[in-house]
Design a protein around this ligand. Structure first.
Ligand code: UDP
Length: 235
């Protein structure tokens, strides 16, 4: 697999072309941002840990019937993925209240929700990723009705699968963000699934094992990621 030119550099990852037009390489950096990049830093070895964690989670989801962009893990920081056109929506599921739900709606952190909340946000940093409803998505042409139905169905399935996956590791899945892409007419789960994109609380202690350690200066940031890595990979 030959690595070619840089296609795109984001906040946490870089995409490189390969000699195959249908695949790209996702390279995981140590850079960390929060609050729409108002807070910036680096977390030592985060890229290595998030690549491993994401690969394991995508493999588990694929084994359970979820179509994902993962082809295979290439190296410590590199994942070979199917080239997709990213749907410009961030899909969030909340099982318990945290983060912006608490800030925007005055809900107590940790409150158990009567049912999961699925949020759609416009993936556009210039406008602060604003919340949107189905009508915004369809009317603005971000996705077709059929694509949106597929995205919501897959997201709810991923939630059920990931809740079980993490609970078996004594971790509670509080909330998470997914991104989807189009590849040869099919909707695939894309991007990454890691402590950068999920809130993960240790069962019993409520210890935060995710990026909230960075967002809220809770300390021992790297150790949180390491703990998730250890449990996910069994190492
Ligand atoms: N999230 C993410 N990228 C974003 C926004 C949110 O991965 O651009 C994840 C975040 O890690 C959390 C969930 O989505 O697991 C819900 O985030 P929230 O809306 O509470 O935003 P925050 O508190 O991070 O501003």
């Amino acid at each position: 697999m030959e690595k070619r030119e840089k296609l795109y550099e984001g906040k946490a990852k870089i995409l490189y072309a390969t000699d195959n037009p249908d695949t790209v390489i996702q390279y995981f950096k140590d850079d960390a941002t929060a609050f729409n990049a108002k807070k910036k830093g680096t977390i030592d070895e985060k890229g290595v840990m998030n690549n491993s964690i994401s690969c394991k989670v995508f493999e588990f989801l694929a084994q359970n019937g979820i179509p994902t962009h993962l082809v295979k893990k290439l190296s410590e920081r590199e994942m070979l993925v199917k080239k997709v056109q990213i749907v410009q929506i961030e899909v969030i599921i909340r099982n318990r209240a945290a983060g912006s739900l608490c800030r925007n709606y005055g809900v107590q952190e940790g409150r158990h929700l009567a049912r999961p909340i699925l949020e759609l946000c416009y993936k556009n940093d210039s406008f602060n990723d604003p919340l949107m409803n189905d009508d915004h998505v369809i009317a603005l042409g971000l996705a077709t009705e059929e694509e949106l139905r597929t995205i919501k169905r897959l997201t709810l399935q991923v939630n059920e699968l990931m809740k079980k996956f993490f609970l078996a590791l004594n971790i509670e899945l509080i909330d998470f963000k997914l991104e989807f892409g189009r590849h040869k007419g099919e909707i695939l789960l894309a991007d990454e699934i890691s402590p950068d994109t999920c809130r993960l609380w240790e069962v019993g202690t409520g210890n935060r094992l995710d990026k909230d350690r960075f967002r809220n200066d809770l300390g021992n940031i790297k150790e949180g990621y390491q703990e998730v890595l250890k449990r996910v990979t069994g190492k």
